[in-house]
Design a protein around this ligand. Structure first.
Ligand SMILES: C[S@@+](CC[C@H](N)C(=O)[O-])C[C@H]1O[C@@H](n2cnc3c(N)ncnc32)[C@H](O)[C@@H]1O
Length: 230
């Protein structure tokens, strides 16, 4: 496996993010990496899915990155005792030594799970692992543009690609169609972005899209639902 080692930067809530010089792009909002992930993916994604299916939910993530969304989902799954299967695809894995330098284990909500975070960093790729009683994780080494998972199996899709300027090819109908097919009817996609071209592409493949208040520092984000009948 070929790893990359982006630079570490601190965001406004004190939590770290990574920065890719070649793309001039950060992995999270500078207004607060943990704040953004909690708002966009946990509250608007995982918690809504858990309300609909409190016994077990299946999450798919585009862009494993630092692993922050996986850690926060693990903490939510354990705190609320909702069995969660989390699959996340990554084309450019970050070196485990770089992941260990991030300060996520000292964040309040994650510190009880510090040993689990270390275990997650060391996990092999492309296998489903039982990390804790309510959390299973598969880190998938691959390109979303070529990914074909089992259709209709996923409750929530975390769409966490780099921004439109850096990676326009991921914000069109092709990837939204893949997400639409992976989701169950009634499943939801959440993303930190609210740009019009992505909203139109989501609508084109069949999603019903809502613009809702964004994480601190961003006016809006999008939450899209796959209709029960499509
Ligand atoms: C905004 S970051 C994700 C942040 C991450 N969710 C986290 O919690 O740290 C975008 C991620 O998408 C990954 N990526 C870029 N192109 C990809 C592709 N074609 N397929 C899968 N992952 C891709 C990047 O390497 C990067 O890790």
């Amino acid at each position: 496996m070929k790893y990359i080692t982006p630079h570490i930067k601190e965001t406004a809530d004190g939590s770290h993010t990574l920065f890719r010089d070649d793309l001039d792009e950060a992995y999270h909002s500078y207004h607060g990496a943990v704040q953004e992930s909690l708002h966009v993916f946990i509250r608007e994604g995982w918690e809504r899915a858990a309300q609909k299916s409190p016994r077990e939910i299946s999450v798919f993530e585009l862009g494993y990155g630092t692993g922050l969304n996986a850690y926060l989902t693990l903490a939510s799954a354990e705190n609320q005792r909702v069995s969660t299967v989390f699959r996340s695809i990554e084309k450019y894995p970050v070196h485990p030594d770089a992941l260990r330098k991030l300060n996520y284990r000292s964040i309040d909500v994650l510190s009880p799970y510090a040993d689990k975070i270390e275990a997650v960093i060391a996990l092999s790729w492309d296998e489903l692992h039982e990390v804790s009683p309510h959390f299973k994780l598969e880190k998938i080494y691959g390109d979303i543009l070529e990914y074909r998972g089992e259709k209709g199996t996923c409750d929530v899709f975390y769409f966490d690609a780099f921004g439109l300027r850096a990676q326009g090819e991921l914000w069109g109908e092709k990837v939204f169609q893949i997400a639409f097919e992976l989701l169950k009817p009634g499943g939801i996609l959440v993303t930190y972005a609210s740009n019009g071209s992505a909203r139109r592409a989501m609508t084109e493949v069949g999603f019903v899209v809502a613009r809702i208040p964004g994480a601190p520092g961003k006016r809006e984000m999008m939450r899209a639902e796959k209709p029960l009948k499509s």
